[in-house]
Structure formats: structure tokens, C-alpha cells
Design a protein around this ligand. Structure first.
Ligand code: NAG
Ligand code: NAG
Ligand code: NAG
Ligand code: NAG
Ligand code: NAG
Length: 731
């Protein structure tokens, strides 16, 4: 069977098997992001091959249930519209009419007889505002409209269960309270708290807040799932009572609900808005000099003194937040859509997932927060929970460069500052800042997962990339001696890499990895350019010469004997792999590797595509979606580029799994090999980061310093995009 026929048959089978009863814009993803804002606020609908919003419970990315229930009554008749709640009274199920996914929103329309209810889940993405981006809250809004031209009486109900505190492990005692002012908030906590410890990937610290603005049309209640839900289904309202029998999460499941009476509805109602999230203080434990640990706080605390103030502002800002979100959605859709619709689809589904792995923090001395001390921490979600894994930041890097290069500096700082304290003993770069998020306590024994060439190359490439995109030399100036140290390591170790792991550690150790050597050579070249940028011409030319010399040796070592591809490991003619590390040659504007090499690899991959893409290398038939798109970004013909992108898009829409976007999957079957919800999907922005148009935002708005008396943004940095491309041509 030829490849094309194979593909067509596959698509026909796919069409026949799909059972979606609703319209989807632009496509049906495996798992739909609902509230996805931080490593601990990551709730999805496991839609799979056709579960409606009211066919399944929402889950944490791990699959543990985070129950979120919804009912609507229309002229007194009850329908469920979200989750699979039970009640001691009859109700029907609303029918899902549509789902729409944008970069920041998932929007459902659920039909309950004569009324259509629009349920909007908005997880803001605020690339230039450190305070707003650091807020671990997400919105749900509800708006009803008559669909038969008549007026109907409508009430809506939602609740969350205490499972949000510990998805998948209900044998945990919880307690809760309710605050009743301009804002209504149910807040719930684990009774057994521990600042920096997780249980099944959920932090054992802080409180879940489920909130809405107060008004005459709202009622609330906490109690057992059956009691609260039955009260609404029977009476279209709640009792305004609290259950104060604190107990285990799974003991007569305590739930926390609100109703809103929308009154007589004909035209679309103004949205009623809820917020959900987890607030904790402090957030991250970070190692500083002399093996001391620093508590770091989410950055929004520079601006707010209580969770209630924060939530009140957040709810009050909904209309503006929605309009900012729509602008960003439109920009991403149009930038990515200029490449292809499939590309726009892949990128759209990646935004919330990637950003939810990071937290923006600041430090505190005495009672005040240091607004200028900004560090971003990342959780290596799903693969092993490490903190700030360098080779996980690296694949997501293109998204940061597209959204706002300044974020790139803040995410590199934790590892740079730590190594500058002198506590890390190895001469190559650290792999991660801590074995378990949210601990960033370093590796003073040097026993972190060793990826020596990989991480040295990554740090050098990202540091130069930041410098170019932000037009800011501070990072390379401040840590120049470490960049030089890692370059010397690459000079010793990169051309003929010893047996070691690359970022694709699941594939195991291998000697003489061709793709790793590419990264090492580009790392050396990056140091040459770093030295050049700060005016050290002799260091620049020394490393530039070495990079060129290594490149010519590499061309002989890496070539297969028939000369039609580069091998996976030197000397193994039958081996090959995705040479995605060449992407840095384009990102940094070097064009060091000859264009004939790009042409050769393009022609080679063109012959190797299965239905869902080109395998990662010749050892297996699985691939990585991030490296697939990085490879697409360096193809020298657009048909091969499109082939790679469309393969990832088909995989993302194939309905064969129900987990948040997995980057590791089989190219023949389109099934997940492992991993889910990882930030590396930020790598899908690879083509957009190469685009010469300016990023969504540059610089960041710092919080006004608490001592400032005026309303100016004390630390505001608005660096104009620096024309580095121009500089390269001039030099
Ligand atoms: C709800 O209504 C059903 C059926 O009318 C009734 O059996 C039940 O007792 C009611 N429950 C509550 C909590 O109101
Ligand atoms: C919940 O329990 C924690 C720890 O036992 C306690 O500090 C907190 O005050 C309790 N909260 C409520 C609302 O009872
Ligand atoms: C509280 O959690 C810790 C682990 O963080 C555990 O060792 C301890 O047994 C727990 N205590 C209770 C009372 O559940
Ligand atoms: C790795 O490559 C070097 C340089 O070609 C060669 O000397 C060495 O034997 C290779 N190692 C293996 C295991 O092939
Ligand atoms: C050569 O590559 C193939 C495919 O990657 C692999 O199966 C084989 O073990 C390799 N042989 C050596 C000697 O490395």
C-alpha cells in the first residue's frame, strides 16, 4: 500500500469512528483545558473520542477527579450541564451543541430545551504583566439565551468538591470556611498542611477558593454532594447554609455551591462569573548562598495583602481580562494561521498547558516584597516533577520568546544565580534546580541527572537568544564566567560526545550522538557571539574558529556513507534521527551549518513520514511533538514542513487518548507513549519564534513598589526591541 493511500484510509477510518455529536472549533482535542493556570490549578475535561461537558467529571492533569458540577433549571425543569452529578430527584441532561477552543478559552454551548447556556472557561495569559500572570486563578462564566423566541425563567448552579484539594486521594481530612462580603468565597484546605510537599502531584498547602461577586440573585451552600445538589434540583436555589462537620474529602463528599437566578431570559444575559484557584504563601523554596533556603512568594503578593482583595480585583476585572484574552487569541490565531490552519490548531492547544507549568515569584525581606527580584520556576509536569529542568525549559523556549523574551531571563535566573553561589560542584551546567517541585534546593552533591553536553549547550543557546530578542546584555554580562566555563566543557566534550543522556532520556544512553554534537557546536558558536556582544573580540574569534573547525570535522563524522542523511550516532550507517538541534542555528541567526545539509535532511525526512509523523530516531517508531515542530521549522521545503505539522495536528485531534496534550506518541498508531500536560508543548511555537515580527510583548510591568507614593510603576522596564538582525549584517 502506498503512503498516500494508507493516509486516506486512515482518515476515513478516523471519520467513521469519531462520535462527536457537537460542532468543534477548530477541532476536538483529547482533553479540553478548563481551569489551567498553575501546576496546582490544572483541571481538564477528558473528552477523548466524544465525552460532552456533562458526560464526565473534570480531572486534574493526573486523571484524579476534581469534581465541578453544573445544573440549570428552565421554567423549573432541571438539567445537568457539567460533570456527572447525582441527586435524589430527577433531572435531564443538557445537550452539548458546540465547543470552541482558543488560546486562552474553552467555550461550550449546552442546550437545555428552550435555553442555550454558554459556559466559558477563561484561563488568562498575561505575557507583559508579572502580577496578573502570577495569579493562580481561572474564570468560569455563564450566560443564557432563549432559543425559541420566548422568555423563560432560568437559574444556574455550580459547585466544586473538596477533591480539588487532593485529586485521586480522598482519604485526606479537609476543612473549610465561607466569606460573605462584596465577594462570596468558599475556601477549603487540607487539615494536614506542609509548605513544600506534594501528594500525588498536588501541593499539600494553601486553600482552594471558589468565588463569585455577591448580589441579591445569588445563593450558596456547603454540604454533602447529594444534599446540596438535590436542594437545587428540587427548588432552583440553595439554602445559604454551611456544613461545619469537617471530614475526609471522600466522606459524604463535601461540595461548595452557588446558584444565580438569571430571572426571565430572552436575549443573552450578562455573564455571571466565578473564579477558581489555589492560593498559597509561600510558594517555592529556593537555595541561596551558604546552603540557606529562601521562601519565595507568588509575585501578585507584591500588590495584594490578602486573598480576598486579590479575588475581588480578579472578578471585577473579568470584562477587561476577556477583552485582553480575545486580542491575544486573535494575534496567535492570525500569526500561526499565516503558516497553516493545522499549525494554528497545534499552537492554540499548547498555550495554557505550557504556561500552567510556571510560577512567577519574588522574595520577601521582613514584611516587604522585593518587586525587582523576579524568578520564574517551572515544574517538569508528568515526567518526574523536577524544578526548572534546563532541558524542559529549552523545548518550551520558543513560546517564551514569542510571548515576551523577558520571561526567558526570569526562568534562567534560578539556575544561574545558584551556580554563581559556587555550591554546584560539576563543571558542566546543572540539570535542574530540585528533584521535587516546589523545592528548588539545588544539587550541592552534583548528583542531579547528568546531561552534560545537553545542558551546557542549552544554557548558552538560551542566554544568547534572550540577549538578542530582548536587546539586553545584563544576563550574559552578569554570568559570563559560567558561560565561558560551560563553553570550555563543550570544547572538550562536544565533538565526540561520550556515552550520555540527551534530553530524550527515555531513549537511554548513547555514545557519539550526532544531534548532541550539533548542540555542542552551536553552544560554542553562541559563546563566540556572547563574547562579541560584550566586546571581547579575542574570545569571540577563538570560539568562532573552534565552532567552524568542529563543524567541518562533524560533517565527516556524522554523514552516512551513502551521503544521503546524517546518522543518529557516528559510524552507524543505518541509524538516523531528527536533527532538531539545528533549530538553534536558525533561531540565533547563525546559518553556520550549510544549506545543503538542511536540504539533505529535508529530502530524507520526506521519505520517512508515517501517518502521525517522522519517528524521533531509527531505534523506535515513537516521536516527540515538540521536536517534530522544531524540525518542521528548519525544513527547506514547505511541503515537508507542512507534512510534519499536519501529522502533529492529526495526532492532537485523533481522539485516541483523553489526556492533556502528550508530547510523546507513536507515529504509526497515533497513540500516546507516555507523558502529558508538559510545558514542552511551548516548543510548538518554534516557527513563530523565528518570525522576525516582534513578540506579543516586550519588557514587563513590575508591581509598584510598596514604598512608592505615586502611582507610577516603580521598576517598569520597557526596553525597545533591539534590531539585532540588523546588527548581524553590519558586523
Ligand atoms: C427532592 O424532591 C424529591 C422528589 O420530589 C423528594 O423525594 C425529596 O425528598 C426532595 N429532597 C430534598 C432535599 O428536597
Ligand atoms: C483548618 O485546619 C488548619 C490546620 O489544622 C487550621 O490552621 C485552620 O484554621 C482550619 N481552618 C478552618 C476554616 O477551620
Ligand atoms: C501529615 O502529612 C505528613 C506528610 O506530609 C505525614 O507524614 C503525616 O502522617 C500526616 N499527618 C496526619 C495526621 O495525617
Ligand atoms: C565515537 O566516535 C569516535 C570518533 O569517530 C570513535 O573514535 C569512537 O570509536 C566512536 N565510539 C563508538 C562506540 O563508536
Ligand atoms: C545502529 O543503529 C540501529 C538503529 O538505530 C540500531 O538498532 C543499532 O543497534 C545500531 N548499531 C550500533 C552498533 O550502534
Amino acid at each position: 500500500m502506498n503512503d498516500l493511500l494508507h493516509c486516506w484510509l486512515g482518515l476515513l477510518l478516523l471519520a467513521a469512528r469519531s462520535s462527536y455529536a457537537w460542532s468543534a472549533t477548530p477541532f476536538n482535542p483529547a482533553s479540553v483545558p478548563l481551569a489551567v493556570r498553575s501546576p496546582y490549578v490544572s483541571t481538564w475535561l477528558p473528552q477523548g473520542s466524544g465525552k460532552a461537558l456533562n458526560d464526565a467529571w473534570a480531572t486534574f492533569y493526573t486523571g484524579g477527579i476534581t469534581a465541578w458540577a453544573g445544573f440549570i433549571t428552565v421554567d423549573g425543569k432541571p438539567f445537568s450541564f457539567m460533570g456527572t452529578p447525582a441527586a435524589d430527584a430527577d433531572f435531564e441532561k443538557a445537550v452539548q451543541k458546540s465547543v470552541e477552543i482558543t488560546s486562552t478559552q474553552s467555550i461550550y454551548v449546552m442546550t437545555a430545551d428552550t435555553v442555550d447556556l454558554t459556559v466559558t472557561f477563561l484561563s488568562p495569559v498575561e505575557p507583559s504583566d508579572l502580577v496578573k500572570q502570577s495569579i493562580p486563578l481561572s474564570y468560569m462564566s455563564l450566560s443564557a439565551v432563549s432559543n425559541d423566541g420566548n422568555t423563560h425563567s432560568v437559574q444556574v448552579y455550580t459547585d466544586i468538591s473538596a477533591e480539588w484539594l487532593s485529586p485521586g486521594d480522598g482519604a485526606q481530612p479537609a476543612n473549610w470556611t465561607f466569606s460573605d462580603g462584596d465577594v462570596l468565597s468558599h475556601s477549603l484546605s487540607l487539615q494536614n498542611q506542609s509548605n513544600y510537599e506534594e501528594n500525588s502531584d498536588m501541593i499539600r498547602h494553601g486553600s482552594i477558593y471558589y468565588s463569585t461577586l455577591n448580589s441579591d440573585s445569588v445563593s450558596y451552600m456547603s454540604g454533602s454532594d447529594k444534599a446540596v445538589r438535590t436542594t437545587f434540583v428540587n427548588s432552583s436555589r440553595l439554602a445559604n447554609t454551611q456544613d461545619d462537620n469537617f471530614r475526609n474529602i471522600n466522606d459524604n463528599y463535601p461540595v461548595f455551591g452557588y446558584t444565580h437566578d438569571l430571572g426571565d431570559v430572552s436575549d443573552a444575559t450578562e455573564p455571571i462569573v466565578m473564579s477558581i484557584g489555589l492560593i498559597r504563601e509561600p510558594a517555592v523554596q529556593y537555595i541561596v548562598a551558604n546552603n540557606q533556603y529562601q521562601d519565595r512568594s507568588l509575585y501578585f503578593w507584591t500588590q495584594y495583602s490578602s486573598a480576598d482583595d486579590l479575588i475581588s480585583d480578579f472578578l471585577g476585572d473579568y470584562d477587561n481580562a476577556l477583552s485582553r484574552a480575545q486580542d491575544l487569541d486573535d494575534k496567535i490565531k492570525s500569526d500561526a494561521g499565516a503558516i497553516s490552519t493545522d499549525y494554528a490548531n497545534v499552537v492554540t492547544l499548547s498555550v495554557r498547558q505550557a504556561l500552567a507549568a510556571i510560577e512567577i515569584t519574588t522574595s520577601k525581606s521582613g514584611d516587604s516584597y522585593d518587586t525587582d527580584d523576579v524568578m520564574i520556576f517551572l515544574k517538569e509536569i508528568s515526567s518526574n516533577g523536577n524544578t526548572n529542568t534546563v532541558d524542559v525549559i529549552f523545548p518550551m523556549w520558543p513560546m517564551l520568546m514569542y510571548l515576551n523574551p523577558t520571561l526567558g531571563k526570569y526562568i534562567l535566573l534560578p539556575a544561574l544565580e545558584y551556580q554563581a553561589t559556587g555550591q554546584y560542584p560539576n563543571k558542566y551546567s546543572v540539570h535542574d534546580m530540585g528533584t521535587h517541585y516546589p523545592q528548588a534546593i539545588g544539587h550541592n552533591l552534583g548528583k542531579d541527572e547528568a546531561m552534560p553536553v545537553e545542558e551546557c549547550g542549552n544554557m548558552l543557546i538560551m542566554a544568547l537568544s534572550y540577549t538578542q530578542k530582548a536587546g539586553d546584555n545584563s544576563l550574559i554580562s552578569d554570568y559570563i564566567s559560567y558561560f565561558d566555563q560551560w563553553t570550555q566543557f563543550l570544547v572538550d566534550e562536544a565533538l565526540v560526545p561520550a556515552s550520555q543522556l540527551s534530553t530524550d532520556d527515555f531513549a537511554g544512553h548513547l555514545e557519539n550522538q550526532t544531534n548532541l554534537a550539533i548542540k555542542g557546536i552551536l553552544g560554542i558558536k553562541a559563546m563566540s557571539e556572547i563574547a562579541n556582544t560584550i566586546g571581547d573580540r579575542s574570545t569571540a574569534s577563538k570560539y568562532s574558529d573552534i565552532a567552524s573547525d568542529y563543524l567541518s570535522q562533524w560533517q565527516d563524522l556524522a554523514a552516512s556513507s551513502d551521503g544521503n542523511h546524517v546518522t543518529l550516532n557516528y559510524g552507524n550507517d543505518s541509524s538516523w534521527g531528527l536533527t532538531y538541534n539545528l533549530y538553534a542555528d536558525k533561531l540565533l541567526g547563525f546559518n553556520l551549518f550549510p544549506s545543503s545539509l538542511y536540504d539533505q535532511q529535508t529530502a530524507f525526512y520526506k521519505q520517512r513520514g508515517f501517518m502521525y509523523g517522522v519517528p524521533l530516531d531509527s531505534r523506535h517508531t515513537y516521536t516527540k511533538s515538540d521536536w517534530e515542530i522544531w524540525t518542521a521549522a528548519i525544513m527547506s521545503d514547505s511541503s515537508t514542513q507542512d507534512m510534519l505539522i499536519s501529522a502533529v495536528a492529526s495526532y492532537a485531534a485523533n481522539g485516541k487518548n483523553d489526556v492533556p496534550f502528550s508530547d510523546w506518541y507513536e507515529t504509526r498508531s497515533g497513540e500516546v507513549s507516555g507523558f502529558r500536560a508538559r510545558p514542552v508543548v511551548g516548543g510548538h511555537f518554534a516557527l513563530l519564534a523565528l518570525d522576525s515580527s516582534s513578540p506579543v510583548a516586550s519588557g514587563t510591568t513590575f508591581a509598584a513598589s510598596p514604598s512608592a507614593t505615586d502611582n507610577s510603576n516603580a521598576g517598569c522596564v520597557l526596553s525597545p526591541p533591539f534590531p539585532f538582525t540588523l546588527l548581524r549584517y553590519l558586523l
